[in-house]
Design a protein around this ligand. Sequence first.
Ligand code: FAD
Length: 422
Amino acid sequence: MGVQSAGPPGLVIIGSGPAGLSAAESFRERNRDDPVLMLTANPALPYQRPPLSKDFLRGAAEAGDAELHPAEWFADNAVEVVRSQPVDAIDVTQHLVMSRGSSYPYRWLVVTTGALPSPIPVPGGDNALQLRSLADATALREAASGADAAVVIGAGFIGCEAAASLAMRGVATTLVAPDPVPQAKRLGREAGERITALLTEVGVDYLAGVEVTEIGSRGVHLDNGTSIGCDLVLAATGVAPQADVAAQAGISTRDGRIAVDAGMQTSADNVWAAGDVALAQNSLAGRRIAVEHWQDAIDQGVVAGAAAAGEPGEWDGVPGFLDNDRGSNAEVPRLGRRVRNLHPRRTRRGFHGVVRVGRRGRRRTHPQRRRRLRPGRRTHSSAGSGPALVATPGTRVRCATDAPVAVSNTSITTSESRYRPR
Ligand SMILES: Cc1cc2nc3c(=O)[nH]c(=O)nc-3n(C[C@H](O)[C@H](O)[C@H](O)COP(=O)(O)OP(=O)(O)OC[C@H]3O[C@@H](n4cnc5c(N)ncnc54)[C@H](O)[C@@H]3O)c2cc1C
């Protein structure tokens, strides 16, 4: 096995998603000298995933539009990216990462291996397309260009977005899921009904209360005995975190994810983890939270990269996600024990939820977040016990006080929102 090292070992990052890239950026901001090496299974340079189910699938954006940095950025910042280089093992004693017969020494290691879609466990499940990578999205877009009818399985955000995008392309699309309305558990029934209405408006047929039992060459079979004919099936039935390499190295995992503290430190010395693969302690929530969201992956990567550069910090922002469906946004917090999330309610301004966060008397906002804050106007909280900050459409509120704070304006009713994931 060859040892790949031109000089003294520096930072090695496994994975090139938002967590990996922000770890590299954050490390470089603090350390201009030590080498940064990113080993990724991905054949492409780092890109945005959020547009893949939206503008890209609709044909309104191309692969180049999703790039996170041009190739020159990596050269200018001395961040070496080795693509199509899946890591198969980590030796935490020798400080080595192994990939395809080569071993890479590290001084600091950040694991950001993300998650991959789980195949749908029904006969013919392999016939369904999936949507995670740019390659998946390209294959889906190509299939859509020749399809008359599509079935999308699963009404999470990716399923809803992909179904809307396919319908907007003119493909007759049926979205099937067991839930009476999409995402009722996460957003509440009222918001779920609004999502159904939005889907219907663009021509998606939402078929509730059914599960797919088999995928055949001409369509899908359902547990109510009926079948839907189609020439394209997309399974959007959830993802599995990619924690095996870390687990096999003896790094502690929990619930299939790498367990880290609020500083993104794993159980191994000089090894941090961030993003979808991590089960991270959120110091505001006071417990570990699994999140699968773009901005949280960035925030955790920032903390991991800074820690590797000798500046430990904490992940203490309110986790949440941004969604952009038909030009409207939804931002929903995933919260901890001390945070009560009331389901978003319809108001004259759109949907918003009120949550109680933090400890009495404490105000905590992550410095990285503070720069992005554009809080909306103050108003009375619907809980009636103090002031609240309510996000107006297009703003992101990431503020935590002991007072009830609206951190979510699920503005799925508006088309004014301008915020897009970067
Ligand atoms: C279509 C789509 C739309 C989305 N839209 C939104 C949205 O609107 N808002 C939102 O908040 N979130 C959205 N998400 C979720 C968001 O993209 C993820 O939460 C985010 O990408 C997680 O970042 P990550 O860096 O942890 O992992 P990933 O982005 O999954 O990156 C993991 C990286 O690790 C690499 N890797 C994996 N295993 C190995 C290995 N063994 N060796 C080397 N490299 C490896 C992969 O190739 C990849 O580069 C969307 C996701 C998808 C798929």
